[in-house]
Design a protein around this ligand. Structure first.
Ligand code: AMP
Ligand code: GLY
Length: 430
């Protein structure tokens, strides 16, 4: 039997929309003998091709024990927290195949000061910055930057540790507050441009770029309101032209992967560069994530024509140079449906109506959902579903995703009405 026909027993770690999409794509592989999701959500519970396992995503010992007892041959970690907590280190110590960076490589996301210092040391384009542990020095640096000024808390903050201060006094206040909270902050120059998500798979050495994507981080229409984990996403992102993608690979991704290896932190896993692309098409790094984006993964998994098990296996074995993913030509777009109050404090426990009424042009990837005792699907988080559809154009995919969202209801359910607007404005022909 050739390596590419071995069957796998696969464990997906995490319980959000990204993990539902990964498990959905993995379960479609002829090479998936069994698919387990820890802890999963109602969406992965209801899909008969996969089984939820009640283990927290960062409980390394319980995950390793489960993988051993159930003869898991391939594990994929979705979220950043288990990566930063060293789940991959635990699997490697146990001799188990696991796709994701170890804790040392995960610092690229877990510590903003580590990642900014890394970018600077390796001459990779990013915003000018400085790292501070005391107020006076931070205030001096703030005085040297033109507003708006960006202040970031160090450490994992789920997108909530960043403040864009419109003027110096508010930058000083934000710096003092975040220093009191986290002890260490990054102050950086504001970058103009358009953001895009550039994600790749890395096996330590070789790099495979994934399709481009863009998400909408602000909560409300017109990209207004508080920052969220992402209210919707689509792929491809028209702003990422071939020329931009080529620069992102050459100026950012390749030096990052080589630099991490040279620093003794070889990176294996999904790597996500949040880019700001200026009007001259120059990409700069806003942040690294050491995992796939959520909700970007939902449209990307729908567009991926290749077998994800082949790709993940090659990622673990160091063979990514032998594979090139194939993408459907269609556009994919996902609309996040959220609970009342998100991204602040939210209501949970409402029964979700209409899931059966979604026509088969859209897929409701679940995020914050759980199965109630009566087998009803209940809300259990801020981002609840990501209604995702393929289409021949952005407008077409958008229409299908919104038709799906309109079929769903629970008390307080809401979503943005303009997901994809930047792509539509840029590409009138799409
Ligand atoms: P981060 O968690 O570092 O990606 O920051 C969250 C969001 O803040 C980003 O998606 C951007 O929209 C914005 N942001 C962060 N840093 C900058 C910057 N230097 N210039 C402009 N916007 C920024
Ligand atoms: N959607 C942004 C992220 O996953 O970080």
């Amino acid at each position: 039997m050739s390596a590419h026909s071995t069957m796998h027993r696969i464990l997906v770690v995490g319980g959000g929309g990204r993990e539902h999409a990964l498990a959905w794509k993995i379960a479609a592989s002829p090479r998936a003998e069994s698919v387990f999701v820890a802890p999963g959500n109602a969406g992965t519970a209801l899909d008969t091709r996969m089984t939820n396992v009640a283990i927290a995503d960062d409980d390394t010992q319980a995950l390793v024990d489960f993988a051993r007892e159930n003869e898991i041959t391939l594990t994929v970690i979705g979220p950043e927290a288990p990566l930063a907590a060293g789940v991959v280190d635990g699997f490697e110590a146990a001799g188990l195949a696991c796709f994701g960076p170890d804790a040392a490589a995960a610092e690229l996301e877990a510590s903003k000061s580590f990642s900014k210092d890394f970018l600077y040391r390796h001459d990779i384009p990013t915003a000018d910055y400085a790292v501070f542990t005391d107020d006076a020095a931070a205030i001096d640096f703030i005085a040297s930057l033109p507003p708006p000024i960006v202040i970031k808390a160090d450490g994992l903050a789920s997108g909530k540790g960043v403040e864009i201060a419109p003027d110096r006094p508010s930058a000083e206040t934000a710096a003092q507050r975040m220093l009191a909270d986290s002890g260490r902050i990054v102050v950086e120059r504001y970058l103009e441009g358009e953001e895009a998500s550039f994600m790749v798979m890395v096996d330590g050495t070789h790099i495979v770029p994934l399709a481009s994507s863009q998400d909408h981080k602000p909560a409300f229409d017109g990209d207004t309101g508080p920052n969220t984990g992402g209210m919707g996403a689509y792929s491809p992102a028209p702003v990422v032209t071939d020329a931009v993608a080529e620069r992102a690979m050459r100026q950012i991704i390749e030096p990052t992967v080589h630099g991490m290896a040279a620093d003794g932190r070889a990176f294996r896993g999904f790597l996500y560069a949040g880019l700001m692309i200026d009007s001259d098409n120059n990409p700069r790094v806003l942040e690294f994530n050491v995992r796939l984006g959520d909700p970007e993964t939902q449209p990307i998994c729908m567009r991926l024509a290749s077998d994800l098990v082949d790709l993940v296996e090659a990622g673990v074995n160091g063979d990514l140079n032998t594979l090139e993913p194939v993408w459907h030509d269609q556009v994919a777009l996902g609309v996040v449906m959220a609970s009342a109050g998100y991204p602040g404090s939210i209501e949970k426990g409402h029964a979700i109506r209409g899931l059966d009424a979604v026509d088969n042009t859209a897929i409701a990837f679940h995020a914050g959902t759980r199965l109630g005792d009566d087998d009803s699907v209940r809300t259990a988080g801020g981002r609840v579903l990501c209604m995702t559809a393929l289409g021949s154009s952005i407008a077409d995919a958008q229409a299908s995703a919104y038709r799906g969202a309109a079929a769903i209801d629970w008390p307080g359910a809401w979503y943005r009405g303009d997901i994809g607007h930047r792509a539509l404005e840029r590409r009138q022909d799409l």
